[in-house]
Design a protein around this ligand. Structure first.
Ligand code: AMP
Length: 191
């Protein structure tokens, strides 16, 4: 199995690159943000809970997020592999993911991190807010909070996978196809 974590701050381009990667490598795309948004749209209990955190730019609690992610992985036992997009966002989530994959006799192949500087992220998110209608992309305070949460809570996940020799940083500014080619080069070197 090819199991990729696409890592990076909000607005780094994870969603855009995931779409291209799943097509090329025939992987199952699991974006926790997308799953939460689908639940909000469907007015589920999980959606209501998630929304109360997402609207403030905070992380949805680990036990909720991990439970949801595990059930999505379990629904896709026939997948060739996964792209985890927006997960893990804490060290606890990273450990839970490792344990889950281990129980399925597989593991994370590589963590690819899209590196983009903060000012560029803010510009991109505000622009996306205009097009997508995402509430959390329209409020500069919420955007700042999400970037702060990334720096304080999510960024340590990088050290966790660096210690396993699986972390690869990719320059996330430039042409979409150019960035995609850099990602593919790293994947092809380990798959
Ligand atoms: P994203 O679409 O990945 O930018 O996620 C949007 C929002 O969903 C985040 O700001 C969090 O509130 C929530 N979220 C998504 N993934 C996670 C996660 N792995 N852990 C906790 N909260 C998450």
């Amino acid at each position: 199995m090819l199991n990729i974590i696409l890592f990076g701050p909000p607005g780094a381009g994870k969603g855009t690159q995931s779409e291209k990667l799943i097509e090329k490598y025939k992987l199952k795309h699991l974006s926790t943000g997308d799953i939460f948004r689908a639940n909000i749209k469907g007015a589920t209990e999980l959606g209501t809970l998630a929304k109360s955190y997402m609207d403030k730019g905070q992380l949805v609690p680990d036990e909720v997020t991990i439970g949801m992610l595990e059930s999505e992985v379990n629904k896709n036992n026939d997948a060739n592999g996964f792209i985890f997009d927006g997960f893990p966002r804490t060290k606890v989530q990273a450990e839970a993911l490792d344990n889950l994959l281990k129980s399925k006799s597989t593991s994370i192949t590589i963590m690819l991190a899209l590196e983009v500087e903060e000012e560029e992220l803010k510009k991109r998110l505000l622009l996306r807010g205009k097009d997508s209608g995402r509430a959390d992309d329209q409020n500069p305070d919420v955007i700042q909070k999400r970037i702060d949460v990334y720096n304080n809570e999510t960024s340590p996940v990088k050290d966790y996978f660096t210690a396993q020799g699986k972390y690869k940083g990719i320059h996330g500014i430039g042409e979409i196809n150019e960035i995609f080619n850099s990602l593919c080069k790293e994947i092809d070197a380990v798959k």
